[in-house]
Design a protein around this ligand. Structure first.
Ligand code: SF4
Length: 352
């Protein structure tokens, strides 16, 4: 059995998919268990990349007591921890496993048997995959062939892809979704995801409203998506665009995966929805504000358009976004005009 410890937010967890897939290929007979944040595991179970998930805790992450109870009578062949927090490391130390793998750090010396440098020159999906390169010789070879300095990946290598839906599966999901919601199969369907865990990473409500109106006026179909925490943001848009289908807060993550699979395009922030779109190979227009692609969290898909305000000296201001803009202007988002989003969306919609 293999234990994968990843208690980061949804986006990072989804970016673990290439690593989990590679583990499945390398160890087809071993069960993969995943520990992740509360309520996030089911989607990976549904996607078939893990066999069991531990994600039912009192708070978002397991307490020491819950962790002890969970792993007291379990032992693993392999533990892999791509999450760099002190907490994840010392919790990994408490699990019985023949071999433990994590990134190099001072505390890591006391926890892991195998440590790798975190290769910051590559996007996060590759950084995580790099952790297990010693387990799969052909993987180690692939990394030798990658560029040595940072670059945006516009074509995702098959061996590192997080796309889990074939065209046939996408078509079937789309047919069912269109039929369930009585949508017109002749018109494109665009998902709008206006939320993000971090308020500074959210583009403006007015901007999303303009974009939604534009596409509704163009006889396209729009669905607004997001988590229950993002409902007020979605409702404000839906109120002004009543012909949009508002599913925000009404879909569990597994259903949200199907909604995205049914869509022709996602328009959203640098958020979990963007990474979920990569899982189902739905193109995305991604709006970046306080964060930049160089941090490694690019949409891990072949077809995406990045929208950002390049000239701002204050960017980036935080590694993952923050609750409030440190200079009080939030111009990294406010300066982005809806015409740029519309134009990028039309470019992606034109790709068939
Ligand atoms: S400091 Fe700049 S990059 Fe950061 S949130 Fe404010 S406007 Fe955006």
């Amino acid at each position: 059995m293999i234990l994968f410890v990843q208690t980061a937010f949804l986006g990072d967890l989804l970016l673990s998919i290439p690593t989990l897939r590679a583990l499945k290929v390398q160890y087809p007979d071993k069960k993969i268990h995943l520990v992740c944040r509360k309520g996030l595991g089911k989607v990976l179970l549904h996607l078939g990349v893990v066999d069991e998930v531990f994600d039912q805790f009192k708070k978002t992450k397991p307490s020491l007591q819950e962790w002890r109870a969970l792993f007291k009578n379990r032992s693993y062949d392999l533990l892999i921890c791509p999450h760099e927090s002190l907490r994840s490391k010392w919790m990994s130390a408490l699990v019985k496993a023949k071999k433990k793998i994590g990134y190099r750090s001072v505390l890591g010396n006391f926890v892991f048997d195998v440590m790798e440098e975190r290769p910051m020159q590559w996007p996060e999906a590759l950084r995580q995959l790099f952790l297990i390169r010693a387990l799969a010789p052909e993987l180690a070879q692939r990394f030798l062939e990658l560029p040595k300095v940072f670059q945006i990946f516009h074509t995702i290598p098959d061996w590192a892809s997080m796309n889990l839906y074939s065209l046939k599966e996408k078509r079937a999901v789309r047919e069912k979704f269109f039929s369930d919601y009585n949508l017109d199969t002749q018109k494109p369907l665009i998902a709008i995801a206006p939320g993000s865990v971090w308020p500074t990473k959210r583009w403006t409500s007015e901007g999303f409203t303009d974009v939604a109106k534009h596409f509704i006026d163009k006889q396209h179909q729009v669905v607004i998506i997001g988590s229950p925490d993002e409902k007020s943001i979605a409702d404000a848009i839906a109120e002004k665009v009543p012909r949009a289908l508002n599913l925000c807060g009404k879909t569990a993550l597994t259903e949200l995966t199907s909604v995205l699979a049914a869509c022709d395009l996602l328009i959203g922030n640098d958020s979990g929805s963007m990474h979920l779109a990569a899982v189902v190979s739905t193109p995305a227009v991604s709006i970046f504000g306080p964060t930049i692609l160089e941090f490694g969290y690019q949409p891990w898909m072949d077809h995406f358009q990045l929208i950002e305000e390049r000239g701002l000296k204050c960017r980036p201001c935080s590694s993952h976004g923050g609750k409030v803009c440190p200079i009080g202007t939030h111009e990294c988002m406010k300066m982005i005009h809806s015409s740029r989003i519309i134009s990028a969306s039309e470019t992606l919609l034109a790709i068939k």
